[in-house]
Ligand binder design. Structure first.
Ligand SMILES: Nc1ncnc2c1ncn2[C@@H]1O[C@H](COP(=O)(O)OP(=O)(O)OP(=O)(O)O)[C@@H](O)[C@H]1O
Ligand SMILES: [Mg+2]
Length: 404
């Protein structure tokens, strides 16, 4: 059995149920603020799941290389290592505001220090990647298929101390995400993502700080759920909002599973602006030919689980067609995963987001201008980094205009 915590306070108990399911029950007397998700309010009845964990508990389970590393190191002698076993290992360090411990344990989140500057400057390539994975895998409650770890930056902590910022007592958690790539599978993935994020920033979308290592081997992204006092905001991805398991992240449409769902769960006095941002983000994914804009790559962020909820900052943008030329969209638009025409994107903005045609055109033009500007930034990088030329030039070929 595992204890779930929200905002550093006990919320409830999570356990296996039946052959393959699980059950979660809130602590008696829990107040509404303890809710683990906007989709799972505090109640006396338990929340049961027939297969696996409820989506909110599954949200940050490591996938791919990180999951495999954890399995090799922490699987029981019998070889079993189910989802609750993974949570028992990485539960103390998670994206968002939920943490997990043993039933009788207290919560101490303490991630070792690691200098981000060292990661950015060192040319240790594969060696650094193996070291970070060894050291930080057990502190990395973060999903995603690409190899990555959560780290706690030494300079970040020193800067806060120097500025005499009042820190929460529990401030010992991770501050940054370090993403790597498998050279044989996805060459230059970090630089690819770096320039796609640059395009999003050029659209004036909200993007956390992201930095590319000098040797292009790693991308370091600031956690957008970390508050200045060292506590964490609530974050939920669109798999959770659609009550879907991570395995079903490619199921659904942009119209319903993203836009309609954000209409339901997004709440703030800036909601119209955020809906426009969401529209630009969907259009940008098409312009960049990102076939991986699935349900886990959109999210909401909030301070109070029963209060306002905003569109999460942009993350995980890649031109995927440079690795898989025939790649299509991750979710459907108009019932198809084929890349949409300008007219189809315009119709999406007008019909589903209820924007006037002139506004839709303006937003799509802004995406095109941002991508054009990014082309120039990337061109300069290509001329200084021959190793990126093949992928970089392909990206330039694949990027498309979205305004008609
Ligand atoms: N800057 C950030 N701050 C906080 N959480 C983040 C940030 N960036 C990403 N995340 C969380 O980490 C998860 C994994 O990150 P990301 O999507 O970048 O990895 P990935 O391996 O490329 O994913 P995929 O499997 O979609 O290819 C995201 O789904 C999101 O929950
Ligand atoms: Mg992702």
């Amino acid at each position: 059995m595992i204890k779930a915590w929200t905002d550093g306070a006990e919320a409830g108990l999570l356990d296996r149920r039946g052959e393959r399911g699980s059950t979660f029950v809130y602590m008696p007397g829990s107040v509404p603020e303890r809710s683990v998700s906007v989709t799972m309010p505090v109640r006396t009845a338990s929340w049961n799941t027939a297969y696996g964990l409820a989506p909110i508990f599954e949200m940050n389970l490591p996938e791919g290389a990180l999951r495999e590393r954890l399995r090799l190191r922490f699987a029981k002698p019998s070889g079993t290592f189910d989802e609750l076993d993974v949570l028992a290992v990485v539960g103390r360090s998670q994206v968002g505001r939920i943490r997990y411990t043993g039933q009788a344990e207290q919560l101490h989140e303490s991630v070792p220090f690691q200098s981000v500057d060292e990661i950015l400057a060192q040319r240790r390539g594969g060696e650094l990647y193996r070291y970070l994975l060894d050291e930080f895998a057990q502190h990395s409650g973060i999903s995603g298929v690409q190899p990555k770890v959560l780290i706690r930056d030494t300079e970040h902590s020193n800067a806060l101390k120097a500025a005499k910022v009042r820190l929460s007592q529990s401030f010992q958690g991770a501050t940054h995400i370090v993403k790597f790539w498998e050279p044989d599978e996805f060459p230059q993935l970090a630089a690819n993502e770096y320039f796609c994020l640059q395009a999003a920033e050029n659209c004036d979308l909200n993007v956390p700080r992201y930095r590319l290592a000098e040797d292009g081997m790693a991308l370091v992204v600031d956690r957008f759920d970390l508050r200045p006092d060292g506590t964490y905001c609530g974050f939920e991805d669109f798999c959770v909002l659609n009550a879907k398991r991570s395995a079903d992240k490619y199921m659904g449409s942009y119209e319903t599973a993203i836009i309609r769902r954000f209409e339901e769960y997004g709440r703030s006095n800036l909601i119209h602006e955020e809906q426009e941002h969401l529209f630009m983000l969907i259009a940008l994914n098409c312009a960049l030919r990102n076939g991986d804009a699935h349900l886990k790559n959109f999210g909401i962020i909030y301070d109070d689980v029963n209060g306002d909820a905003h569109l999460a900052p942009v993350y995980d943008l890649i031109t995927t067609t440079v690795y898989l030329e025939q790649d299509q969209m991750a979710l459907t638009l108009n019932g198809s995963k084929r890349w949409p025409s300008s007219q189809q994107l315009s119709a999406l903005g007008e019909k589903r987001l209820h924007l006037p045609p002139s506004r839709v055109l303006h937003l799509l033009q802004r995406v095109d201008e941002a991508v054009d500007f990014t082309r120039k930034q990337m061109g300069r990088y290509i001329s200084d980094h021959a190793e990126f030329a093949d992928i970089g030039n392909l990206m330039l070929q694949h990027w498309q205009r979205v305004a008609s």
